[in-house]
Design a binder for this molecule. Structure first.
Ligand code: 5GP
Length: 181
């Protein structure tokens, strides 16, 4: 078996459900959800099942709208038109993975300019590694559903054969002796 970390749709759903319970349990009452696309879109939609708030989508990429590679994240879709919706509000920011942290930290910095009450950051997976950037001190709630070693994560929405993908997760968990959540 290869050295990738496979994650099935069922696992994503359960990770998000756990995150929703954690964030509500912490006393944070979000007004809006901001999903970083495209990896944060499906987790954001699932979280809406447990915390029913409007979702705003933003697109951040190392590739600009001109498709040229940048050495830092850049906006390819943004939410200036809803700036008023964020001012003084509790924002739940969600993405699928915190790798180098560059994307999340950039997004947090931009959202802070709208003067929200607070931003809580949720991710499915945090890779345990040295990050390129840290969060600003305004981020007091950071919830990764799972902390994992620095491996490439295979998410179900990238799978061309979802049955094979789900089976690969099952075999990975069997081999590593990890418990399915
Ligand atoms: P960053 O390095 O800024 O934390 O992550 C940038 C983006 O790279 C993430 O939003 C995600 O789309 C992608 N990425 C980073 N690590 C992985 C991974 O292990 N698997 C997948 N599928 N995407 C990843």
């Amino acid at each position: 078996m290869d050295d990738k970390f496979y994650v099935s749709y069922n696992t994503v759903h359960k990770l998000v459900k756990n995150l929703a319970a954690k964030i509500l349990g912490s006393g944070f009452d979000p007004d809006v959800i901001v999903a970083i696309g495209s990896g944060g879109f499906i987790p954001a939609r699932i979280i809406k099942t447990f915390i029913n708030r409007p979702i705003y989508a933003v697109g951040i990429s190392y590739y600009g709208v001109d498709k040229k590679h940048r050495d830092h994240p850049t906006k390819i879709q943004w939410i200036d038109e809803v700036a008023d919706q964020l001012r003084g509000k509790n924002v739940l920011l969600i993405d699928e993975v915190d790798d180098t942290r560059a994307t999340l930290a950039y997004c947090v910095g931009e959202l802070l300019s709208y003067k929200p009450q607070e931003i809580a950051v949720l991710v499915l997976h945090n890779k345990l590694k040295k990050k390129d950037v840290e969060f600003p001190p305004e981020i007091r709630r950071y919830y990764p559903a799972l902390e994992i070693e620095d491996k490439w994560i295979k998410y179900p929405w990238d799978a061309e054969d979802i049955d094979e993908h789900t089976e690969l997760e099952r075999r990975m968990l069997e081999e590593t002796g990890e418990v399915r959540i």
